[in-house]
Each structure stands twice: as structure tokens, then as C-alpha cells.
Design a protein around this ligand. Sequence first.
Ligand code: GDP
Ligand code: MG
Length: 606
Amino acid sequence: FSCDLIRNFSIIAHIDHGKSTLADRLLELTGTIKKKEVGKNEQVLDKLKVERERGITVKAQTASMMHTSGGKQHVLNLIDTPGHVDFAWEVSRSLAACQGALLLVDASQGVQAQTISVFHIAQERGLKIIPVLNKIDLPAAQPERIAAQMEATFGTDPADIIRISAKTGRGVDEVLRAIIDRIPPPSGVPTKPLKAFLFDSQYDRYRGVISLVSIQDGILKKGDRIASCYTKKKYEIAEIGIMNPEENPVNGLYPGQVGYIACNMKESSEAHIGDTLYRVGAAVDPMPGFKPAKAMVYAGIFPIDTSDFPKLEESIKRLALTDRSVTVQRESSTALGQGCRLGFLGTLHMDVFRQRLEDEHDANIIITAPTVPYKIVYKDREVFVSNPTEFPDAIDVASKVKEIQEPVVKASIIAPEEYFGEMMDLCFSHRAEELDHRYLDAGTGTSSRIMLNCVMPLSEIVTGFFDQLKSRSSGFASFDYEEAGYKASDLAKMVFLLNGKPVDALALIVHRSNEDKIGKIWVKKLVKVIPRQMFEVPIQAAVGKKIISRETLSAYRADVTAGLYGGDVSRKMKQLENQKEGKKKMKRMGTVDMPQEAFFDIMSSR
Ligand code: GDP
Ligand code: MG
């Protein structure tokens, strides 16, 4: 055995630039999987249903391939990385096990914002980067121009760029050669004490936690007794193998190799990402671990039928075991009942979690609008608040609070030049500051691409920003952001009053410059969804004592019985109760009856 014959690499690519297709071609070319019929497009590494549907990778997957070159059999470990900003944490932990990366760019689309940030992570880790231009078979491909873009953005030498079509297979053999020739082998010594780096884990109902490890030094075999630097707990290796791409048991893992282990670990929390495992009795210095992921977007998840809460909580907990970057807390709301408040890395992350709950756990849920963690600076302490109901009232703000701060991000947008004005407008209307821009491919003539950088509040991008960006750029803009700390901001809690009584569950945190606009919009929405009562109901938006906006819901008259929420209340109730899954339970808010459905409309459309 020799380390020299191992290559550990990953593929960095924007969504849809062809990462999965290239991975499949590499698996085929090395004989790891059988060649598929042309036109069949089921990708081997994207295992979760949500990944197939959305064409994104959420959990990093790993595959090992054997390839003979120069008369020697090499082991190539492909460590898959997610391509989205929300999963930057997964990206950096996958890259920690690699010595090189393919930087894959679509020759018709060009460099995208998210690719740049992943590239920077790879570069900081000292990985050897192999630039690859994909989809050169497309008539719209502009390899020369995109190559120049890569030179301008990444400092790539155009002569190093490999041009391929992952679809037809053209050029893929050259990629395979480059992996062997250009990426350095891992450096590890089999005779040194065992040092295994734990970079991912999954929960298996029968075997407990399955961990993915990369062997730094020493040899790990079945039956070995190992211990964790982090928890000091001891385990015995029950099963060991490589991903090929399915689990394939082997006798031992050698330095530089990447594989899975099962060791009767019962709880996911025992598998600490970034941990170092060593042989019992031969302790080693731990390798530098990872910073734990930090939740930046919070939302409440409630069962549609309140009696489903125990089942929902169980499902959430189970799903959270497979995705350790999600934080879970209980939350109860007068309007929505018992639920959980979850913290996510970003909105896509949130969306993926919601979809997995629905797909894999059959959950019937309502998810509230996302919020961000605000920092409330009191005279003697600081408190983080992510739930509007816990935000201090205007009176407290005036008397006790020194400053309110909100998280901001450094955002970058890449778009064709003709959308520049639209993109500027979009940023300004979302309170962006410190705008600057530069051309990515100056001098290449028509439709150059521009990169726009700015600082903006995270709260401005958690609700619908991405969709607006896409629609206002006809889908041509790409977007990425990174955290940039906290900034003082003029924020306030907006409450809504029904018949003069505040409804907790509807509270919002708003920037004072937007309060009139937001107050108006929400009061108008409430008037539409709240059923008429036997009496007139004032609906108001207020910040502190100040009423921002007001509408009056008129009383219903006897002849109005056909409306969605109108009619005789007791008959309506009966009818509603008959509806399956109890979706339309009435909630009594103040003195106003409000169908739960009306809350759902409001809560989910924020
Ligand atoms: P990923 O999101 O980066 O994993 O991208 P996929 O591998 O799923 O590819 C996205 C789409 O581009 C799919 O419809 C592929 O069939 C297509 N695609 C991938 N590589 C090529 C290529 O070289 N040429 C063409 N014409 N299409 C490709
Ligand atoms: Mg893919």
C-alpha cells in the first residue's frame, strides 16, 4: 500500500453546471458503475429525494473509484460538496478531506456568485484547483469568453483549463488524467499512531451512527478499539468500508483513504464533526476542528392539526439528527398552538428541511415567516432575540435599551450588464449600502457581466429577495452572501390589534423607514382573511402607542351567508369540524373568531 496512489478531490460548481453529470461520467469511466443508457439522467450521488427534485446537493456524498494509470492502480475519492451558500459549512468540512478540486463552470452560463465563494474556501485550504469548462457541446457555449472570465475572476491560466462535455463524455478522460497528474497525494504515514478525521455522519436505524472519516496517519481495521479526542468515549469498529458508491466493506483503511465506519455509536451527538479519532491507549493531538455552524434564519414550525404535535416533534428531532446544523427549540403560540422554533443556516436550508419533513415524514405543517437574530443592547447586557414576541416593547426600548442591532451580510450579485439598473434598484429597496461594482469580463464586448457588491441587512434577504432577483433579471443573476457582523438599526416591533386587542402571533419586526408601508399592506391583508363578525371590527397596526394604519371590518348582514368565512357561526363550525384534518379550527382572538386557516394565510405569506 502507498499513499502516493490516492487522490482525494471534490467538484466545485454552481447548481446545474453539471457536477452530478460529471461525477456519473467519472464513475462510469473508472468502471465503478455501469454505463447508463443515453438520455437517462438519474444521478448516482444525489441520494435524497429533495436533491433530485431540486437538482441540488444537500448532504455531501462520497464515492471511491479505482483507476489504473501508468500501470498502477489509483484510488480516487470523490467527496461531493453542496453548491449553495447556505451549506458553506458542509462545503468546508468536505473540502477538509481533499487535496484538490475540480472548478467546474458552464461554458454557456459563465462564472456564478456562489462558485466564487466556494472557490475561496478551497483556495484558503491550499487545495490544487483544476479548472474545467463544461457543456462545450452546447451551441450557446462561449468557451473563449468564459475562459477569460475565469482568468479575471480566479486568476486561472487559460492553458490549464480542460474543456469538456460531461453529457457526451468528451474530454472527461483528460479530467481523470489531470486528477492523477495535478492533485498531490495525501501525506500520511501508515506506521504512525492512528489519526482519523471525522468529517460527516449519518444515522442508521440498525447500526447507529455511521461516520465518514479520512485517515491522516496509521491504519484503521475492523475490531480496532478507538476513542474520540472530543468526547473521550471509546468504541469498537464493527464495520469499516469505502463508498463505491454504495457501502463496500473492506478490511482496513490506510492513510489518505476516505471511508465509513460503524462502531455502535448510539447518539448522533457523539459524532462530533471535525473530531479526531485515535487508537485506545495511543492518544494523539487533535486536528483543528470546525467552527460549529451558526443559525442565522429562524422560523416556527407548527402542526396543522394541533394533536399532531408529538409526532411532529419526533419527526423534527429525527430529521435534525441527519442535519446537525439545524437548532431546535419548543415554542408555543396562542394562535398556532404547540410547535418548534428552528434555526437554519439560510432560507434555502429552511426550505429543504421543510420539504424533507413533508416528503420523508409525511408532516402536515405550517411554517412561519423567517426572522433573523436581533441583538438588543441593554445598559448592562446584550440579548439575542429572534422571535418577534420576545422583542422589547416601544416603552422598554425608549427607557432601557441602548441600541438595537441587526445582522448584516456582504452580498454579491453577478448579472449581465443590461440588468445592472434593475439590480441596483433591488438592492436600494432592500436597504443596501456601500455599493460598488466591477466588470468580470471587461473588453469582451456585448453583454458583459457585472459583479455588484454591497452590505445589506440579512432580514432583507430572508423573505423573497432571491425570487425577486431571479424575476427581475430574467433568471440571469446569481447571488451570494457572507455574514458581516451586526449594525445598529432603527427597528421596532409592530403589533396588530383586532378590536383593540393585540394579537401576539402576528407581531413583526420592522425598520422604522418601512413602517407605514408594511403596516398598510398587513392591515389590508388582515381585512381580507378575517371573517366578518356580528359587529364592526377595527383592525390596526401599531408601533408603540402610535397607530400606523387602520381598516374597519364591517359587520355582516343577515343575507351574507355565502361568503367563505360568513354565515351562521355554529353551523359553520360544524361544517368546519367535518373538514378533514381539522384544518379550519376557529381561534378566538380578542373577541374575534378567526379560522385557523386565516392565520395560516397570514403567517405563511409574510
Ligand atoms: P449539477 O446541479 O451541477 O449537479 O448539474 P447536473 O449534472 O444535474 O446537470 C444539470 C443539467 O445540465 C442537466 O440537465 C444535465 O443533463 C445538463 N448537462 C450536464 N452536463 C452537460 C453537458 O456537458 N452538455 C449539455 N448539453 N448538458 C449538460
Ligand atoms: Mg447535482
